[in-house]
Design a protein around this ligand. Structure first.
Ligand SMILES: [Zn+2]
Length: 159
C-alpha cells in the first residue's frame, strides 16, 4: 500500500477550472471532456494575482504549471510539458476524462446547444455518418462527432 489518500473525484458537473497561459491545449481537451474550462489568455488575464482572483471570484480550480502559484492559490500543479502527460496528471488527480456528448466549445468555452438538423447550412454539413450537430452561441462554431472527436475519445480512453 502506498498510503496515499485517494484524490477527490472531479467531474464536469462539480468542477470548473481556469488554466494558466501555458495550458491552452489542455484547456481544449478539458472542454471536449465537458469541463467549464476558462483559459487565461481567452480572458485577457496573465498576472498571477489576477488569475488567483479570477479563480476565487468564479469558484474555479486554478490549474497551473507554476508551483508557487499553485501553492499560494490552493490550485493544482501540472508538471508535464506534453498535453498527453498533463492529461494523465489530471486523471491521477481525480478528473474524470471521457467524451460523452459535446457540451463546451473547444475554441471559446461557450456552452453548446444542439441544433435542429433542419437548421444546418451546407457550410457546416458534417462528414458522412455524423447526424447530430452542436453550435456555440458565443462564437458560432459548430461541432459534431467526426474524426477529431473519435481521435480525442481514443486518446482519453488510453490514459
Ligand atoms: Zn465558441
Amino acid at each position: 500500500m502506498s498510503g496515499d489518500a485517494d484524490p477527490p473525484e472531479r467531474t464536469p458537473a462539480d468542477t470548473a477550472v481556469v488554466l494558466d497561459a501555458m495550458l491552452g491545449t489542455l484547456a481544449t481537451y478539458l472542454r471536449m471532456a465537458g469541463y467549464d474550462a476558462a483559459y487565461a489568455l481567452d480572458r485577457g488575464v496573465e498576472a498571477d494575482d489576477a488569475l488567483a482572483d479570477l479563480a476565487d471570484a468564479e469558484g474555479r480550480l486554478l490549474v497551473t504549471r507554476d508551483a508557487e502559484l499553485a501553492a499560494s492559490a490552493d490550485g493544482l500543479l501540472v508538471e508535464s510539458r506534453e498535453v498527453i502527460d498533463q492529461l494523465r496528471e489530471l486523471s491521477k488527480a481525480g478528473f474524470e476524462l471521457a467524451l460523452s456528448e459535446p457540451a463546451r466549445c473547444s475554441k471559446c468555452n461557450g456552452a453548446l446547444v444542439e441544433v435542429d438538423a433542419d437548421a444546418r447550412t451546407p457550410s457546416y454539413a458534417p462528414e458522412t455518418g455524423a447526424r447530430r450537430v452542436w453550435r456555440c452561441p458565443s462564437c458560432g462554431q459548430c461541432f459534431w462527432k467526426g474524426s477529431h472527436w473519435v481521435d480525442v475519445a481514443e486518446t482519453l480512453s488510453g490514459l
